[in-house]
Ligand binder design. Structure first.
Ligand code: UN1
Length: 512
């Protein structure tokens, strides 16, 4: 199987790794706390990282602030050329980086490589974007005046990323930031700092080859204190944070206190509506991949299946037999569909959710539980499970980051849409139907209230070309494709008078 020592060596990851990097320069404070990183795959120690102190963070943020003044002078297409080279470097490192993602985070190797592919795709997208940061021209009401708007870089972008997509979500933020003329300070999840070190290593080589100043790409490995420091720091023009709703609310309050900008991508509680007009095969495969993929640890994972009563029993049976075929085990073994949860805390949350579901009246048709035995020695492997529930159960209203799928029965499409919308979160949603009227109703203003609404596709696996994010407790931010880049720039309206006098707007007379 995969030679992890070779992968670590490939990215220059040592037994103990420094707490921060501003590019070619890596460092840590004397006596820094050392954190061991344990793989959920086999429970073994992969390596250790030193944790940044607040002083480390401050030095990094200063460096980034300084670097911004230079980086923004490089024309956007030239910045795009650097990002193009990062895309080439990622292609060259795809195999190793995908393996490291899989080993450090626990997702299947296919999904680890898929995550690196998302990084490559966003690089390509950002390269094109670097020649297209378009503003508009407007018609002035005054003679011999020209009016237009343009987009300027913001400054330092702070990126707080989660363990579940340890590298792709950073790349959405950083590649767009860089072509937009911003510099980045990245605080990765403390559960997955090694993949972050690998990314910084790749980027830093490209930057060094192009003589890019220290501070354009910064990495700070730290705990939530560092995240809080970053959110409170007025040097950080935009805080882009991915994670739990609880974390997002704390970030929003802190950033709002200084009237800074934030972009939040928080929890989902995503549902697939399986209509009476559904293609059964699409419904089954879409639901199973959505619920079980990444062991239910995607923001976009399918949590709820809202099934028309006419299809309910048959689909329930098919789901139960599909679940019996799911191969759970070492994610680096390409034959397995599903790897472990990230850590023991996550396993405990999963177990508590199953108990809560039962206590609230849920009936499990596929039972959960923790897997035991040599192959599951890390203690993080769990069984994906399915429960019949009511949408209003407290546990169903919450996102549990684990492979627990809830089944809910409906009679009319209006009722199904109301159930789908009847949760505090609003990230991803889908309807499986061949009925045009149902599909269009679902996509209309009176349909899904989510940021992502799909037809005949599951809830997860969005392409980078669309704007990614959601409404309500999901935080309202949009990352990745479409015009999400506008969140990373400041808009300026410019009016130029090329006449010899000064006509005032609104026809106001002011003669001296
Ligand atoms: C996330 O879980 O935070 O749409 C990101 C998807 C992936 C990204 C998920 N492209 O499932």
């Amino acid at each position: 199987m995969v030679d992890i020592a070779a992968v670590l060596h490939h990215f220059n990851i040592n037994a103990i790794n420094p707490a921060f990097s501003t590019g070619a320069h890596w460092g840590s404070s004397e006596g820094a706390f050392v954190k061991e990183i344990i793989s959920p795959v086999d429970g073994k120690k992969i390596a250790a990282v030193q944790m940044a102190t607040e002083a480390d963070y401050d030095a990094v943020a200063d460096k980034a602030t300084e670097a911004f003044k230079q980086w923004r002078t490089l024309p956007a297409p030239k910045r795009g050329e650097i990002v193009r080279q990062i895309g080439v470097a990622l292609r060259e490192n795809k195999d190793e980086l995908g393996k490291l993602v899989s080993y450090e985070m626990g997702k299947s190797l296919q999904e680890g490589w898929g995550e690196v592919q998302e990084m490559i795709d966003i690089c390509d997208f950002a390269v094109g974007l670097s020649r297209q940061l378009y503003g508009s021209t407007m018609q002035s009401e005054r003679a011999n005046h020209r009016m237009y708007d343009q987009y300027h870089p913001l400054g330092v972008v702070g990126i707080i990323s989660a363990f579940n997509f340890p590298v792709a979500v950073w790349s959405w933020n950083s590649m767009l930031s860089w072509v937009c003329g911003n510099v980045c300070v990245w605080k990765p999840s403390e559960k997955t700092p090694l993949t972050a070190i690998a990314c910084q290593y790749i980027v830093q080589q490209v930057f060094a080859k192009n003589n890019i100043a220290e501070g354009v790409s910064c990495l700070v490995i730290g705990d939530r204190n560092i995240g809080e420091r970053l959110a409170a720091d007025s040097r950080i023009a935009l805080v882009s944070a991915t994670g739990s709703t609880r974390m997002g609310k704390a970030v929003a309050v802190t950033v709002a206190q200084r009237l800074g900008k934030y972009l939040l991508e928080l929890g989902g509680n995503n549902a697939v509506i399986v209509s009476e007009h559904a293609n059964d095969e699409i419904a089954l495969v879409g639901a199973v991949f959505g619920a079980v993929g990444t062991a239910g640890q995607r923001c976009t994972s399918t949590r709820r299946l809202i099934i028309h009563e006419s299809k309910y029993e048959a689909l329930k049976q098919k789901l139960a037999s599909a679940y019996a075929q799911i191969r759970i085990g070492n994610p680096l073994d390409e034959h397995n569909h599903m790897g472990p949860l990230i850590d023991h805390d996550s396993v405990n949350t999963y177990l508590a959710a199953i108990e809560a579901c039962k206590a609230q009246g849920g009936k499990f048709i596929v039972e959960g539980g923790v897997l035991e035995g040599e192959a599951y020695a890390s203690g993080c492997y769990v069984k994906p499970c399915i429960a019949e529930v009511e949408n209003h159960f407290d546990i169903v209203q919450h996102e549990t980051f684990a492979p627990i799928l809830y089944l809910i029965k409906y009679k009319t499409i209006d009722e199904a849409i109301a159930l789908q919308n009847g949760v505090p979160q609003g990230l991803s949603s889908s309807v499986i139907t061949n009925n045009l009227r149902e599909a269009e109703q679902f996509l209309s203003f009176a349909g899904s209230d989510c940021g992502i609404a799909n037809v005949n596709i599951g809830t997860s696996g969005a392409e980078i070309g669309g704007a990614f994010g959601g409404e309500k407790e999901t935080g309202g931010g949009r990352e990745s494709g479409s015009d999400a880049w506008k969140s990373y720039m400041r808009r300026q309206t410019n009016t130029i008078n090329y006449s010899a006098n000064l006509p005032l707007a609104q026809g106001i007379k002011f003669d001296l």
